[in-house]
Design a binder for this molecule. Sequence first.
Ligand SMILES: [Mg+2]
Length: 260
Amino acid sequence: MKSALSNLKDILQKKEKASHLLLFLDYDGTLTPIVKNPDKAILSPKTRNLLKSLTKKKSITVSIVSGRGLKKIKSLVGIKGLQYAGCHGLEISSKVNGYAFSHIKKYLPLIKDIKKGLAKQLRKVDGAQIEDKGIVLALHYRRVPKATIAQVKQIFDKVTKPYIESKRIRIGKGKKVLEVRPSVDWNKGKYCLYLLNNLKKRYKNLLPVYIGDDETDEAAFRALKQKGITIFVKGEKKTSSAKYYLSSTEEVVDFLKLLF
Ligand SMILES: [Mg+2]
């Protein structure tokens, strides 16, 4: 990986050649620093103003691509005119019912069952936090004491095992989080390609730029590596298949200001 800031000239050259930019931004760990309580991951006024000004530009389409539920990410960012994707692209704001595929709805009862099972087993475990995002269930263990983390993972494996074996769900892993997702062939990378192909009808010479920090962003890095500019934000996770890196969420803002 190369530093995006030290290689700004190369990136600007690519940008000059494009007639339209499609800027994909992850939220947690990319636009806001990772915090112990996810409800406290609030955009700084500086970052929000920057996003607002980018959204107003005719030559850029901005899409927030988050693992959070669509409703949550929309309220956290709170800017109109952006394209939002929640639950790693399974939820899409521009779709009529909000889902990438309408058949995803059939997974809702299943996710509820798993939630019940996990809640029961984790009742006495300190710090384990279950987040129901509708179509995705997250088990956060950032606040679980170190000595109990293995136990939490064991419980998660036990509860989800029958559903995995019957191929009804998939497991996702992120920073101090385990997730239950519907067993559909979809991820952040597929969402990016979907939006890219949609916009290709309107714009020629479209350049995608993706900035993200976590495991789920890797699918997008792989999907876009040959097509555009992929940038990894270094934090708890150190390695990535992105071409460039930035060292912090502050650097993300600096970079975007220099680029636009
Ligand atoms: Mg992230």
